[in-house]
Design a protein around this ligand. Structure first.
Ligand code: MTE
Length: 323
């Protein structure tokens, strides 16, 4: 994001897998998925958390929700673009680097540490951690700060349910998240493009908002490595960089946590990072966005179109200062 001189909104369609190449790959992948289906599971079991481009694994027992493609009334972004046009600097800074460089990454076994001001701190095996929860599908708009956007059918669990189960203390005003730091497994961390590990955070009311979602899959399948396997955040009214990938730690704390992009350039990236067409990035406008797959840009909506659900959390705040 920071180190790009070319505006990412100028994505040429040639940079995205063409439909025919994609269809061929898809045919191959479908047969791979059928082999993978032999390792299918009741809820989320062992092999499920280790999907790669070559082993797509369907997630079983995923409930539908009110956040459907029909209720959103927008077209889904094609699977090829969702999985081959990524930001995941741990695997390189180019858009196709994450897909190209993450296929050896093994997102299991995976531990998630929960610490700070919380009743149930501990290091949890991710599969045990997820077991009490029901997986659900939610189609959300996803708006990157680089002024491109997608519509993605995510699979996961409400963050609020996890937080209720962990039961934070009264002085826990924020929840901080960290990505795995392991340069052997994440080769992009050999370069100091960011101060590793990647960090993000939410205010507690934001984290408890019904829209906040912990993601383990997309398109009904286990989350591909390049999209943040095995566990990532999805906060649809905020710019995409808030949705931290490959999470290994959640900390409940009183103080606002430092966040990676704010540490890298505080002038450009604030803590809140709510999608706001009236506050421009210092280097480009946020008024419009290019939906990946579209030719023409469209106007960006306040809070990415989720104002009704989230606007009241920021009542009285100056969103020009708290960007
Ligand atoms: N999480 C980590 N750990 N590292 C990253 O580089 N990039 C962020 C976010 N989460 C990033 C990350 C940015 S800038 C965006 S736009 C989204 O992931 C991209 O998610 P996607 O590749 O699934 O579209």
């Amino acid at each position: 994001m920071l180190i790009k001189s070319k505006k990412a909104s100028d994505v040429r369609s040639s940079e995205i897998t063409s439909p025919s190449v994609y269809l061929d790959r898809r045919r191959f992948l479908q047969s791979a998925a059928m082999v993978g289906a032999g390792a299918a599971f009741g809820t989320i079991a062992g092999p499920a958390l280790a999907a790669t481009e070559k082993t797509r694994v369907k997630l079983a027992g995923v409930n539908k929700t009110k956040w459907t493609q029909e209720s959103l009334g927008e077209k889904l972004t094609d699977y090829g673009s969702v999985t081959r046009y990524n930001n995941f600097y741990e695997f390189g800074t180019g858009k196709t680097d994450p897909a190209d460089n993450s296929n050896k990454f093994m997102p299991r076994p995976w531990n998630l540490a929960v610490d700070g001001a919380v009743e149930k701190p501990g290091v949890y095996d991710l599969e045990d951690f997820l077991k009490p929860h029901q997986l659900e599908e939610r189609v959300y708009r996803f708006r990157c700060v680089e002024a491109w956007s997608m519509v993605i059918p995510w699979v996961g669990i409400p963050l609020a349910d996890v937080i209720k189960r962990m039961n934070p203390a009264g002085n826990a005003k924020y929840v901080a998240f960290e990505t795995l730091k392991d340069a052997k497994r994440m080769p992009g961390q050999r370069r100091a493009v960011l101060d590793w590990p990647y960090r993000e955070g939410l205010r507690m009311d934001e984290a408890m908002n019904p829209l906040s979602f912990l993601v383990v899959g997309l398109y009904g399948e286990v989350l591909p490595n390049q999209n943040g396997a095995p566990l990532r955040l999805m906060v649809p009214w905020k710019y995409g960089f808030k949705s931290i990938k490959s999470i290994v730690k959640m900390t409940f704390q009183e103080k606002e946590p430092p966040t990676s992009w704010n540490m890298a350039s505080a002038r450009e990236y604030g803590f809140y990072s709510n999608v706001n067409p009236t506050v421009n990035h210092p280097r480009w406008s946020q008024a419009r966005e290019r939906r990946i797959g579209d030719f023409l840009k469209r106007p960006t909506k306040m809070f990415n179109g989720y104002e009704e659900e989230v606007g009241q959390m920021y009542a009285g705040m100056d969103l020009r200062k708290n960007y």
